[in-house]
Ligand binder design. Sequence first.
Ligand SMILES: Nc1ncnc2c1ncn2[C@@H]1O[C@H](COP(=O)(O)OP(=O)(O)O)[C@@H](O)[C@H]1O
Ligand SMILES: [Mg+2]
Length: 266
Amino acid sequence: MKRVVFNQKGGVGKTSITCNLAAIGAAMGYKTLVVDLDVQGNTTHYLVGDIDADAFPAQAQGVAGLFKQTVGSRKMRQNPDSFVWDTPYENLFIMPSSPVLSDLEKELESRYKIYKLRDALEKLDEEYDRVYIDTPPNFNFYSKAALIAADSVLIPFDCDSFARQSLYSLLDNIGELQEDHNPDLEVEGIVINQFNSQARLPAELVAELEEEGLPVFSSYLNTSVKMKESHREHRPLIDLAPGHKLTGQFLDLHAELEKTLARAAA
Ligand SMILES: Nc1ncnc2c1ncn2[C@@H]1O[C@H](COP(=O)(O)OP(=O)(O)O)[C@@H](O)[C@H]1O
Ligand SMILES: [Mg+2]
């Protein structure tokens, strides 16, 4: 099962949601791969801390290495798994981001490499029970490649009125991508993040989305300073604060995702 977390708006919680759902799945025993397609590398930093590239010579370029070999010599190709790093957490693995991604983008685009991530992840289907892909805050080559590679998309929504406006162009873009490249991509649901039950606006915005029939997950994620602490400490919430309220909300969201998956499989 491959999920992409996407919203072209920045700062909505893509990285936080990717890493925390992946860490929960891993803690529950699913062998999980996180793919970090954002050149900023926040997910990589969150899960493995400050990177010592020398410690990983063969795989130092992570997902960039994977893409790079699609434009290089065919003889030299390595298995996609050779671009995967361990993380400090059991069952949790990462194909890290790299600054090289931005230099590569134009060449990959002009040489039609948009399906290469899908092909690579298909080769890893047997290896990993769950794959979570984090995306940049743009509808660019990398986020499109991710939406093509994934089975489903989770859309973080951060409860401000800009988020509401950008949701429609986002859903349009996803619709176009489904039509052109990946008809099987499912919009699994909208993840309500930075929810504040004391304020009126978030509840109103969420009610509007639901009234329009959009698929909104019923487990909302509150705003909490624990999230920032978790990023700073490079420890996902399930590790840093297993009993915290926000961790509980992530566990509920994770259970909701897995339940729908089990139902779909039945
Ligand atoms: N539920 C939350 N509570 C508090 N802070 C949050 C929450 N979700 C995200 N943040 C913070 O908001 C910022 C953006 O989140 P991030 O996950 O990096 O978003 P994106 O990947 O979409 O840019 C980060 O500083 C993160 O710590
Ligand atoms: Mg991010």
